[in-house]
Write a protein that binds this ligand. Structure first.
Ligand SMILES: [Ca+2]
Length: 748
C-alpha cells in the first residue's frame, strides 16, 4: 500500500490496518478500436494517455474478443462464452435457440455482482448493450440493466451507439433529460469521464478504504465519428498518402515497438479494397478527411481516459489501481467502400455521391452528420491482420489490451504474448480481488501469472463464432473459415470465400510462427485440420452455438418486429406530455401509416411548441405548432420534408395528422385542427421504420437534444394546455415498414 493512501486514510481519521491489499479496478472498453489504432500499438494517431499506461504497464498482443459488441461485453461481464449466456448475437435480435436468445440467463453470475458482494463499490459508465429488446423502456424489467446485474451506479446508454453531441442517456434505472443543447459544446466522451470521476471521488471521500470497480465503456471510436474540429485539424494532411502507405508505416512501427514479432508477414490488401493510388483526387481528399476526423475522435477519447487516470492519481490511488484498456472488436468496415456522411443512408436507401460528400467534408464530425469512414481505413486500422469486425479472422478478434498496475506489475513497458480472451478478464479480476468462484463455471483462465512471468503459458482452447464466421484456437494453432456473412451490403457481395456452411474452407495457421494468420497450412496438415475442426464442433456443442443462425438472420429480425412474447404489438397508444422519452423499443412503428391526435384544454388560443418529436435532423420527425401554423417535419437521412398548415384559428381543442404510405410518391399527409383539414400534401418520401441506431425516445410536448429542424430550438415546450396525444398505427405490411437486417447489423 502506498504512503499516500495511508496518509489519506489518516486524514479521514481511520487507521488503515485492516484494508486488504485489493486493487481498485478500472476496465476501459473502447468501441471498435482496431489492433493498430493506439499509439502504443503502432498507430500514427496520438493517444498519449493510453501510451503512458502501456509504458508503465504491459501490452498484451494476443488478446482476443468475439468480433462483435454485445457478445464481447457479455464475455467480459460474465466470464462465460457469449453463446453460453445467450449472447451469440445482439440483444435486439432474440433468436429461438438458447445461444442466441439475447438474454443473459436469470441466474447468471456477473463480475460486478461478484466484486460488489466481496466489498467493492461497483460503477458502470457508458455503453451497455446487453439489455434485451423490449426491456429498455421506462417499464423495465430492470433485471438486465446495469444495476440488475450488480453495478451499484450507472450512467450511460443502453443501446449500441450514441450520438456524441446529443445522446439518449440513462442514470441507474431511468432515462434522464438530455444533458446536451444545440451548440453548447457538449460531448458524450467528456460527460462520461466527468461522471466516472465524480463517482470515484464521491465514493472515495465517503469510504476511502473501500476498493472500487469502474467499468468505463466509451461510445468512441464507434461511429458516428463526432468530434470538435480542433481535435481533427491537427491531423490535416497526415493521411494524404492513403491507407496502403499508412498500413506499411504502422507495420514498421509495430515491429519496432515489439507488439508485432520479427518475421511477421503483412497480409495483403484484399483486391476489392481499392489501392489508394488508383483513387481519384476527389476520393482521396474525402477519405483522407474522414480519417483525420477519426484520428481526432481517438485523440479526444484518449484525453478523457487521461482525465480519469489523473483524477485517480490526485486521490493518491494510482499505485493501487489496476487499469485495463481494451476494445470489444476490430476496426469497423460499416462505412462501406466510400464511407458515409449519414449512416442511415445505407439502410434507408439514400444515395450519397463522392462529390456531394466532398463538398461537405469540412463539417464532418459535427452534429449535422452521422458519419463513418471508408473501409480502407478499417483495413489499415487492423494492421497486420486480415479483415475486421464481424469476422473471426484476427482483424475482427484480436484487439489491443493494456494493463497498468504499479503495485502489481513490475515489468513496465513489456509486451506479453500469451493467448488471452475476453472471458479471461473475470477470472483474472476475481483472483486479484480474492473472490472464490465457489464451483461456479467460468470459461476463461486467469492472466495474473502472466503479469510477473513473461514466459508463462497454459494449455488453452477457445472457439469463435459470429454470424457464421467460425474459428478455433488450440495451443498455438488456429483454424478459420472463409465464410462470408450475409446481409452486410457491399462486403457480402465482394468478399472472397464461401457463403455456404457446408462448403466453408477451414484455413490452418500456426500462430506461434505466423502472428498475422497469413499462411494457410491446411494442405500440409490435413489431420491437424480435422482435429481442430472437431474441437470447434465440441466447443460449439458445449456452448450452445448450434444451430448456427446466420442464414436466417433476416428472418430473426422480422420475427422480432412482428411480435413480442405477448403476441402482436398494440395499434393504439396514449401518451401524456412532459413524461420521459418513450423508448424506441416500445414506440409505435409509424411506417405503415398512422393517425395522431393531440388534445388541448378548451379555451386557449393557438398553441405553440412541440407536440411530438423523435430523433433529430439526421433522421427524425416532429409535429409542432409555430407562428400560428401546424407543421409536420420529417428529416429522412438528413433531408427535410415539411408539411405546413394554413394559419389556424383559435381556440384549439385538437391538432393532429394522418399519414398513409404509398409506393409511388412515398405517401400522403393530412394535418387537421379541431377536426378540420388545414393541410393536405404528398410527402415525397416514406416514413421510415427506424429513427436512430442508438435508440431514440419519443418526446411528448417537448423536444430535447438536437431538433428535427432549424425551425425551433429544443425544448420548445408546447403551450395551450396539451393534455394527451393519441396515436393509432396501421400494421406494417410491406418491406419498407420493416427495419432492414442491415440496419441491425450496422447498429451493433
Ligand atoms: Ca464494437
Amino acid at each position: 500500500m502506498s504512503d499516500t493512501t495511508n496518509d489519506d486514510a489518516r486524514r479521514h481519521g481511520r487507521e488503515d490496518h485492516v484494508r486488504p491489499r485489493r486493487p481498485n479496478i478500472i476496465m476501459v472498453v473502447l468501441d471498435d478500436c482496431g489492433f493498430a489504432q493506439l499509439g502504443c500499438f503502432g498507430s500514427e494517431m496520438q493517444t498519449p494517455n493510453v501510451d503512458a499506461l502501456a509504458e508503465d504497464g504491459l501490452r498484451f498482443n494476443a488478446y482476443h474478443v468475439t468480433a462483435l459488441c454485445s457478445p464481447t461485453r457479455a464475455c467480459l461481464l460474465t466470464g462465460r462464452n457469449h453463446h453460453a449466456v445467450g449472447m451469440g448475437l445482439f440483444p435486439e435480435v432474440p433468436g429461438a435457440s438458447p445461444g442466441y436468445s439475447g438474454r443473459l440467463p436469470d441466474d447468471v453470475w456477473t463480475l460486478p455482482r461478484a466484486l460488489r458482494d466481496s466489498g467493492y463499490s461497483t460503477f458502470a459508465v457508458g455503453k451497455w448493450h446487453i439489455t434485451p429488446l423490449g426491456e429498455r423502456s421506462a417499464a423495465g424489467p430492470f433485471t438486465r440493466w446495469p444495476l440488475g446485474l450488480g453495478f451499484e451506479r450507472y450512467y450511460g446508454f443502453l443501446g449500441a451507439e450514441a450520438n456524441q453531441w446529443s445522446p439518449s442517456l440513462v442514470a441507474d434505472n431511468h432515462a434522464i433529460p438530455s444533458p446536451a443543447n444545440v451548440g453548447d459544446g457538449y460531448h458524450l466522451s467528456e460527460d462520461l469521464a466527468s461522471q466516472a470521476i465524480r463517482m470515484i471521488r464521491d465514493q472515495h471521500q465517503a469510504s476511502p478504504d473501500r476498493p472500487f470497480f469502474l467499468y468505463f465503456a466509451t461510445a468512441a471510436p464507434h461511429a458516428p465519428h463526432h468530434v470538435a474540429p480542433e481535435w481533427s485539424d491537427s491531423y490535416r494532411g497526415r493521411f494524404d498518402d492513403g491507407w496502403d502507405a499508412v498500413r506499411d508505416r504502422v507495420f514498421a512501427r509495430q515491429t519496432e515497438l515489439g507488439v508485432v514479432p520479427p518475421g511477421t508477414s503483412l497480409t495483403p490488401r484484399p483486391s476489392w479494397v481499392r489501392p489508394w493510388d488508383e483513387l481519384s483526387a476527389d476520393e482521396r481528399a474525402l477519405y483522407a478527411r474522414m480519417h483525420e476526423v477519426y484520428a481526432g475522435v481517438m485523440s479526444h477519447v484518449d484525453a478523457q481516459i487521461g482525465r480519469i487516470v489523473q483524477a485517480v492519481e490526485e486521490l493518491g490511488l494510482g499505485e493501487d489501481t489496476l487499469i485495463m484498456v481494451m476494445s470489444d472488436n476490430g476496426a469497423s468496415a460499416e462505412g462501406g467502400p466510400h464511407g458515409t456522411l449519414n449512416e442511415y443512408a445505407f439502410t434507408l436507401g439514400s444515395e450519397e455521391t463522392v462529390s456531394d460528400m466532398l463538398d461537405q467534408r469540412e463539417q464532418l464530425g459535427g452534429n449535422r452528420f452521422y458519419n463513418h469512414y471508408s473501409w480502407g481505413w478499417a483495413w489499415a486500422g487492423n494492421t497486420p491482420f486480415r479483415l475486421w469486425k464481424r469476422y473471426t479472422w484476427l482483424g475482427g478478434t484480436r484487439t489491443p489490451l493494456v494493463v497498468r498496475w504499479p503495485n502489481g506489475i513490475a515489468d513496465a513497458g513489456e509486451v506479453r504474448s500469451q493467448f488471452s480472451h475476453a472471458v479471461d478478464m473475470m477470472p483474472t479480476l476475481l483472483e486479484l480481488a480474492g473472490v472464490d468462484t465457489d464451483g461456479r463455471q467460468l470459461d476463461g483462465k486467469s492472466l495474473v501469472p502472466a503479469f510477473a512471468d513473461r514466459s508463462f503459458d497454459q494449455p488453452r482452447t477457445q472457439y469463435f463464432e459470429i454470424l457464421g464466421s467460425r474459428s478455433a484456437y488450440r495451443d498455438g494453432w488456429k483454424v478459420t473459415t472463409d465464410h462470408v456473412i450475409s446481409g452486410a451490403g457491399a462486403e457480402s457481395e465482394l468478399l472472397e470465400g464461401s457463403r455456404d456452411y457446408d462448403a466453408n474452407h477451414w484455413n490452418l495457421f500456426d500462430l506461434r510462427r505466423d502472428f498475422s494468420e497469413s499462411t494457410d497450412l491446411s494442405a500440409e496438415e490435413p489431420q491437424l485440420v480435422e482435429s481442430m475442426i472437431a474441437t470447434w464442433w465440441e466447443e460449439a456443442e458445449r456452448n450452445s452455438v448450434l444451430p448456427l443462425v446466420e442464414g436466417s438472420f433476416a428472418d430473426m429480425i422480422n420475427a422480432s418486429q412482428e411480435a413480442d412474447s405477448d403476441g402482436e404489438p398494440p395499434t393504439a397508444y396514449v401518451y401524456r406530455p412532459h413524461t420521459a422519452p418513450v423508448h424506441e423499443d416500445v414506440c409505435p412503428n409509424f411506417a405503415g401509416g398512422f393517425s395522431l391526435t393531440a388534445e388541448f384544454d378548451n379555451g386557449h388560443e393557438v398553441p405553440a411548441g412541440v407536440i411530438c418529436a423523435q430523433g433529430d435532423w439526421n433522421n427524425g420527425w416532429a409535429l409542432y405548432a409555430k407562428d400560428g401554423r401546424l407543421h409536420y417535419a420529417l428529416c429522412r437521412v438528413g433531408r427535410l420534408h415539411l408539411v405546413s398548415s394554413r394559419e389556424l384559428d383559435g381556440p384549439i381543442v385538437s391538432l393532429g395528422m394522418w399519414y398513409e404510405p404509398a409506393p409511388d410518391d412515398g405517401g400522403h399527409v393530412v394535418l387537421f385542427a379541431n377536426e378540420t383539414t388545414v393541410a393536405e400534401q404528398r410527402l415525397g418520401t416514406r416514413v421510415p421504420p427506424l429513427w436512430q441506431y442508438g435508440g431514440s425516445g419519443l418526446c411528448i410536448g417537448y423536444d430535447e437534444g438536437l431538433p428535427v429542424t432549424d425551425a425551433y430550438r429544443p425544448p420548445f415546450a408546447c403551450t395551450g394546455g396539451l393534455e394527451r396525444v393519441v396515436i393509432e398505427v396501421q400494421r406494417p405490411e410491406d418491406a419498407a415498414t420493416r427495419i432492414p437486417a442491415e440496419a441491425v447489423l450496422r447498429a451493433d
